[in-house]
Design a binder for this molecule. Sequence first.
Ligand SMILES: C[S@@+](CC[C@H](N)C(=O)[O-])C[C@H]1O[C@@H](n2cnc3c(N)ncnc32)[C@H](O)[C@@H]1O
Length: 213
Amino acid sequence: MNESSKFGFDLFSRLPVFEKMLFENPNGPFLEIGCGKLPFLPDYLSLLGPVECIDFSENAIEFCKKHYKEGTYSKTDILDFKVINTYAMVMDAHLLHCLDSLESYKLALLNIKRCLKPGGLFLLETMTSHTQMAFELNLNYEPSNFKLYKGDRVSRLVLPSIVIEELILEAGLRIEFFKVEDGLRMIPHDNREESIPEDPQVLRLIASRPKGH
Ligand SMILES: C[S@@+](CC[C@H](N)C(=O)[O-])C[C@H]1O[C@@H](n2cnc3c(N)ncnc32)[C@H](O)[C@@H]1O
């Protein structure tokens, strides 16, 4: 899997918690964060209807607009996203692991939780570390802070799944579904087409904003 592959949407859309959310909120609204250059899988979009998309990259938005004309777009940094109690569902395919620190990760999760309606869902597909992980020579992984460096720059945060679980719970979200996809690997950069066993694993999760919180 490369970073442009989309969610295990088929898997998510068949889960009872997802079906219930959609039944209760047929009109959403739905938000994708870090929409990037590619639109959702068409099958999935037809389940949802129009999706609002944010990304802090103008280029990514312009590109995405061409593929997914029904969406609405805004150039926004998730770290500055201050909407509250609005969305029935927020989706992230691969933004969170692009943040450069745990502090940013926590802030992003807080903003995601706050923008959900009580009972709303957060769907996440992200990379996660494993013991056999290894990287190309121009990348350097620092296990003490989970940062994958390219030169001096933090290129990815590759967190152990247990840390992701803790951060989700710490943000006040409830975990509804949590699966490390054993056989799947995610390429941690743009320069290779095929994944290798040493690449990070793929974690898929659904969390909800508890009602009354
Ligand atoms: C690895 S790409 C994934 C793109 C797309 N979701 C996909 O799966 O193909 C990560 C995207 O998140 C965006 N992004 C990274 N940090 C962001 C932030 N703080 N706020 C908003 N967007 C961000 C990047 O511009 C990029 O488009």
